[in-house]
Design a protein around this ligand. Structure first.
Ligand code: GLU
Length: 275
């Protein structure tokens, strides 16, 4: 418990309402458990620049999802430093929640009815769209209808793979564990395109701007939610309150500006309306 919280707890004991009223988190709740543990454990991507990325030089986790996670840690424990990031690839997200490897998942995690059977999702905190990344020198692909007979790399357990099967049934799919694995295959010519959310592709493209081209014709909308355990609607409700607050008080805009915004992208189609 932070010194400030402890002091508040003592002061409240002197009020007629009595002790305990200072604790914003109900006893036995996930929020109280994390606060008492003093560290928030978050499942996040490590290989998606601008969203969830482990900087090889510093070891720091950067990106928009990391900023969201730090804001949660700050609210729960008093400091954004009280956080442990666990790499969580697309196909592990539901498992890591069910097995309690992490407290929550913030990992470019699209809200879908199928996933909602196993996971409690917050309201959307971000909207992405599925797009294509190709070699800059390759002029054959201008949208999803050009993928017939082409080889497309994407990740296991993602909505990207499902939508490709539906919208580009003539494409050959190379399905791997993470999108960064696709990049050398694209550069070498072994695959013709990478397909997933535009936000992820933007981060990969920014690393090799002269070699790679983002097609820029989104063919599906991806609402990102934070995922918590199915049995824990109280934790979800608490997180929904935080998201609404950040959308209104400028924290969301700051996180955007410091991460994806650096690429020059604007948040117009990505920011959910204030609630
Ligand atoms: N947002 C999509 C999904 O949740 C694709 C990106 C990802 O795999 O994280 O499946």
């Amino acid at each position: 418990m932070s010194a400030l919280r402890a002091l508040l707890a003592v002061l409240v004991c002197l009020l007629p309402a009595g002790c305990g009223a200072a604790d914003p988190f109900p006893e036995g709740s996930t929020m109280a458990r994390i606060r008492d543990r003093g560290v928030l454990i978050v499942g996040i991507k490590f290989d998606q620049p601008m969203f969830g990325y482990k900087d090889p030089g510093t070891g720091r986790i950067t990106g928009f999802d990391a900023e969201m996670a730090r804001l949660v840690a700050k609210d729960l424990t008093g400091s954004e430093r009280n956080i442990r990031f666990v790499e969580t690839v697309s196909r592990e997200r539901e498992n890591f929640l069910a097995q309690q490897v992490v407290d929550l998942v913030i990992a470019t995690y699209s809200i879908t009815p199928a996933r909602a059977q196993r996971v409690n999702f917050t309201d959307p905190y971000y909207y992405a769209g599925q797009d294509l990344l190709v070699r800059a020198s390759d002029t054959r692909v201008d949208d999803v209808s050009d993928l017939d007979g082409k080889t497309v790399c994407t990740a296991t357990g993602s909505t990207s793979v499902d939508r490709l099967r539906e919208k580009a049934p003539g494409a050959k799919l190379e399905v791997v564990d993470g999108y960064s694995i696709c990049v050398p295959a694209l550069v070498s010519g072994r695959v013709d395109a990478i397909s997933t959310d535009d936000t992820i592709l933007l981060g990969l493209q920014a690393e090799q701007p002269d070699t790679l081209r983002l097609v820029g014709e989104p063919f599906g909308r991806e609402p990102y939610g934070m995922g918590v355990r199915k049995q824990d609607p109280a934790f979800r409700d608490y997180l929904n309150g935080l998201i609404a607050r950040w959308l209104a008080d400028g924290q969301w805009d700051r996180a955007y500006r410091d991460t994806i915004g650096v690429s020059g992208a604007t948040s117009d189609s990505s920011k959910p309306p204030n609630r």
